[in-house]
Design a protein around this ligand. Sequence first.
Ligand SMILES: [Zn+2]
Length: 224
Amino acid sequence: MSEIDLQKQKLVDCIRMLEQADIIDYNGHASIRIADDRMLINTGSCQRSRLTAADICTIDTEGNVLEGGGKPPLEFHLHAGIYRARADVRAVVHAHPKWSTFLTMAGHAYQPVYAQGSLVYPVPVLDSPNSINNKVMADRLAATLGDRPGAMMKSHGAVTVGKDIVEAFVLANYMEENAYRQYMALQIGKPYAFNEKELALCREKLWNETLFKRAWDHFHAKLG
Ligand SMILES: [Zn+2]
């Protein structure tokens, strides 16, 4: 298998795992940067639960399809904008997950209530629910994200980035799981938020490639 085919298969697995975990629905998308100005991304109309490498296309940062069939999602600008702004980012995941979006709908700041979820804290929030379907919105989102590993968009969704697709995938899971736990704890009281010392310990112990791979493998095993 060529390097590009391997990357395509990783992207396929990532999107299928996100769909199975109820993090993406019929609209989510993820990408892998394969050169400064080009990326692999799923087509907008694909079935995420039954994705194959044939549903992945190669596009440039203007959305032109260079290889593969189908059209990229309208929000390909989100990926292009982040890649323009962040040389360190090699993969991007964007979804409209429920729990983190509930927090932004109600104006609750994301709190680090769960060890793995603290890795993306603090999470900046884009103050607009509009689709990232043009360059202006893409630049706004990239500016909101700054140098962080993840951001939320008010009443819209979430984005995570990584040095590879494993990192972007795992952080998307951690962020949504934390949001779920925060939301549920809010139903019965005031959730405990980790203090600075606890946060530093989490980052030291949990920002770890082996642990990221373990989380990836956990979800990958469920694909069957
Ligand atoms: Zn979106």
